[in-house]
Unconditional design. Structure first.
Lengths: 273, 369
């Protein structure tokens, strides 16, 4: 099916350490799918395999029918899969606009010759894509900072620039690695709004790794829970919240599920984050 | 166009070009030669700054590509002699050929240049210096061995770039150095302009992101290895042009010039001038090329500096010590190099001219918790 991300039997081993063990899930087109789990559960490894940064030991990942596990990262990007990083990965000295323009790399063509000689083709392309990038910056709420070097801006704004750069790729699937980590309440709210609008306006699928349970419950249509590299549960957020395996993973084996555990999970998560 | 005419940068550029073109009418041979070294070095340094400054790929092999350019030109342009061979190609073609040859040499090394990151490439490219020195010393039929080779003067549209006394402008006879000066300026301007276009355009953004965050570059769709290889070839071509121009200025190529110290000089240029920009490369090249000559010329008046061979510090040594100190000072106090200093001064001046903007409170939502 078009734009459907299917992960099946995914296993990643690093010299004897199994980071992911036979993990499988499906991201339906246009949905928000969250991957959660305690620290070290394999969420980031999973993201790195999906974006081609790590190689899978076994298993397959397909997007719209194309196998991703054998592709280099830039080929995966060319399919319309964008990602953000948990630890900000922007060029600190470049302006916000230039950082966002990097997102247009796959959509533009100018090479050494046409950029060096400023051929009309390259100049037209540049102007057209700059206009779009400015729109995206407005959409995400960083439009006032376009000319500023990224390194001078506050953390919360940098996180939004990360998201904007991902959106600038005009992705079909957006991988968000802890988009609200380290943010305060207002910033979180703002980021959640942007994600909701991006999905509604652009119709893209979103795969989300997040520690903030409130955020996951509010945004996600489906949740996959990982623990020690294994998938221990999956389904709609409300079901996952009550799943005994999930509660054990988060709160320890001694904990017996009782009424009101959902809120307990949520609080526990807050503390961890 | 009218907007271009109002920009101070445009006038600075036009004034600078006019000054560069007027200089040969006033400078003596000594300063002309120094200036020519500086311009050649600037072209080479622009290439290295694309690679090391903008892409973060350290190269110790820049001297090798300068040698390929210099010897490539000589080999292509010379006629067969008693001990050395040559192809006898028309000299302008030989110049272009030398640049292409340097690019090809860079291309041959690019499978390595594409795969290695930053300092690792620096170590691998060190090998090029040793290979280069070995070849220059031993392939005598092409390089002339230890004694090097004479460089045939360039001949462009009937104008020979040597001392043939038939060119007089404004009552001033233009000899080889004056003529080469104009050629050098005509090469430097497009070299800087093209590099600036690349750095500010799509390839430059990809290069900067490879330097700052390689993984981010690749997941944003930048083919990292291909870019690294491409920039390496491009920087080799800049080095080739610089080498061929240096050969024309020297009129003789000798192998020992193209050693490791030359590579280090180029690295010093881009660090002192400012990493990542063409302007930085030019500023650094002028600083590093002119300083030893200044010390030679005025060394007598400085304490501690004495003529070579008389004990004490020779001008060349003093220059090395000084720009060694300059590198340290720049790294510690001037992160943007000479160009960064200039930008800061300019910002300060414009800030003084304009009344300070009223300080507004941050948007409530942006307040830290």
């Amino acid at each position: 099916m078009r734009d459907e991300l299917i992960v099946s039997g995914l296993t990643v081993r690093f010299a004897g350490l199994t980071a992911l063990d036979d993990v499988g899930f499906t991201v339906a087109p246009g949905s928000v799918h969250a991957v959660i789990g305690p620290n070290g559960a394999g969420k980031s490894t999973c993201f790195n395999v999906l974006s081609g940064v790590y190689r899978a030991t076994e298993g397959s990942v397909t997007f719209g029918g194309t196998e991703l596990t054998t592709l280099a990262p830039h080929r995966i990007a060319a399919l319309g899969i964008a990602r953000t990083f948990q630890n900000i990965a922007l060029s600190r000295h470049l302006s916000v606009e230039d950082n966002l323009m990097l997102g247009r790399h796959r959509l533009t063509k100018a090479g050494f010759l046409s950029a060096g000689l400023r051929l009309p083709r390259a100049r037209r392309e540049d102007a057209r894509h700059r206009a779009r990038v400015r729109d995206i910056a407005e959409f995400v709420g960083v439009g006032d900072h376009l000319a500023a070097p990224v390194g001078m801006l506050p953390y919360g704004v940098q996180k939004r620039i990360e998201l904007a750069r991902g959106l600038a790729m005009e992705p079909r699937l957006l991988l968000l690695d802890e988009p609200v980590a380290g943010m305060n309440g207002t910033e979180r709210q703002r980021m959640a709004d942007v994600i909701v609008r991006a999905r509604a306006d652009l119709g893209i699928s979103i795969l989300l790794v997040e520690h903030d349970m409130g955020m996951v419950m509010r945004l996600a249509d489906e949740v996959t829970v990982l623990d020690f590299g294994k998938r221990i549960a999956g389904g709609p957020p409300a079901d996952v919240q009550r799943d005994p395996a999930v509660l054990r993973a988060y709160l320890g084996a001694a904990h017996e599920p009782t009424a009101g555990t959902a809120t307990a999970t949520e609080e526990e998560e807050r503390e961890r984050a | 166009m009218s907007e271009t005419l109002r920009r101070p940068a445009f006038w600075a550029l036009a004034g600078g070009t006019a000054l560069l073109l007027a200089l040969p009418f006033y400078l003596d041979a000594f300063w002309l030669q120094t200036g020519l070294f500086a311009i050649s070095a600037a072209i080479g340094a622009i290439g290295l700054n694309l690679l090391t400054g903008a892409t973060g790929q350290l190269s110790m092999g820049h001297a090798f590509f300068l040698a390929v350019g210099a010897y490539g030109y000589v080999y292509l342009a010379s006629d067969d002699g008693a001990h050395v061979s040559g192809l006898g190609v028309p000299t302008p073609l030989a110049f272009v050929g030398a640049v292409v040859l340097a690019g090809v040499a860079g291309g041959l090394f690019s499978p390595i240049a594409g795969r290695l990151r930053g300092t690792y490439l620096g170590i691998a490219s060190l090998a090029l210096i040793f290979v280069g020195q070995h070849l220059l010393m031993n392939v005598e039929g092409v390089t002339g061995g230890f004694n090097g080779r004479d460089v045939p003067p360039l001949e462009l549209f009937g104008l020979r770039f040597d001392d043939s006394p038939d060119l007089v402008v404004f009552n001033i006879p233009l000899g080889a150095l004056e003529r080469l000066w104009f050629l050098a300026v005509a090469l430097l301007i497009p070299a800087a302009w093209i590099a600036r276009g690349i750095v500010r355009g799509r390839p430059g953004r990809a290069m900067n992101t490879i330097r700052d965050h390689e993984v981010a570059a690749s997941v944003m769709g930048v083919p990292v290895a291909r870019y690294r290889a491409g920039v390496f070839v491009l920087s080799s071509m800049y080095a080739g042009a610089a080498g061929a121009l240096l050969a024309l200025v020297f009129r003789r190529t000798v192998p020992e010039y193209f050693g490791m110290f030359l590579s280090l000089d180029y690295l010093a240029m881009i660090v002192i001038g400012g990493l990542g920009t063409a302007a930085g490369a030019i500023a650094g090249a002028v600083f590093v090329s002119v300083l030893p000559q200044l010390l030679t010329r005025f060394g007598g008046e400085l304490p501690l500096v004495s003529a070579p061979g008389t004990g004490g510090v020779s001008p060349a040594e003093a220059a090395r010590i000084l720009y060694g100190a300059a590198v340290v000072a720049v790294v510690l106090f001037l992160p943007g190099g000479l160009v960064g200093l200039w930008t800061r001064l300019r910002l300060r001046i414009t800030a003084r001219r304009r009344p300070p903007a009223p300080l507004t409170r941050l948007d409530n939502k942006e307040q830290p918790a």
